[in-house]
Design a protein around this ligand. Structure first.
Ligand code: DC
Length: 226
């Protein structure tokens, strides 16, 4: 039996960086589910399809394949119709498109089995918005990882500037707040803390401290399985 750790939380809480490092320490496979929604969003942008419920999105889903794979460094890559789009899905525009299209029920249904199958095969730390509530309700450990909107915007801003992108902090904060609203107010699988999830707030904790905290929570809550 494989072990699953679910880490949910809002955009920019450091889920992916923290989960990736925690997975490395524990020898688990890290799965970033946001990349899947970003990839469907990219497919919609390319096809000129509006990210709203309806026939156009249904047709789009019938015409695409989305797969997760790992490169030779062991990092997750995502394939759209066989093309590695891992870099293309990391722009602010792709973030907003992902947030919108992830509210479409057909998109969530399209990605459901893919995520569950990954968790069946290996010991995983899976991060997203609805992993503990919908995708893996029986996960051994569930963590809701959050930080204040300002702290999250600041981190995202630094990340994008380091990548050489020309962005403004105020715009990023606005994006963070809009995405929080979209992600937590959609009718299907909204972002919310599972009843049995442990809350981890990293507003005042640096990256190393946050990784230590997550590993500690996992060890303390897995009944000796980890
Ligand atoms: O984690 P991220 O920022 O890469 O996610 C991009 C968008 O995808 C986010 O706005 C919400 C959506 N998402 C989701 O609805 N469910 C998930 N499990 C992961 C992401």
């Amino acid at each position: 039996m494989s072990i699953a750790i679910a880490i949910d939380g809002p955009a920019g809480a450091g889920k992916s960086t923290i989960s990736k490092s925690a997975a490395k320490r524990l020898g688990f496979i890290y799965i970033d589910t946001g990349a899947l929604y970003r990839t469907v969003g990219l497919a919609a942008s390319r096809a000129g399809v509006e990210p709203v419920e309806g026939e156009a999105v249904d047709k789009l889903l019938e015409s695409i394949t989305v797969e997760l794979a790992f490169n030779d460094k062991g990092e997750q890559i995502v394939l759209l119709n066989g093309e590695d789009v891992s870099g293309l899905i990391r722009t602010p525009e792709a973030s907003m498109m992902a947030s919108k299209i992830s509210a479409v029920p057909a998109v969530r249904a399209f990605l459901l089995d893919l995520q569950r199958d990954m968790a069946k095969k290996d010991n995983v730390i899976m991060d997203g918005r609805d992993i503990g509530t919908v995708i893996l309700p029986d996960a051994e450990v569930k963590i809701f990882l959050t930080a204040s909107p300002e702290a999250r915007a600041e981190r995202r801003y630094k990340e994008l500037v380091e990548k050489g992108m020309d962005v403004k902090y105020e715009d990023i904060l606005e994006d963070v707040k809009t995405r929080d609203y979209n992600d937590s107010h959609r009718a299907i699988a909204p972002l919310k803390q599972a009843d049995d999830a442990v809350l981890a707030d990293t507003t005042e904790i640096d990256l190393e401290g946050s990784i230590d905290l997550i590993v500690k929570i996992i060890k303390e809550n897995s009944n000796g399985a980890v």
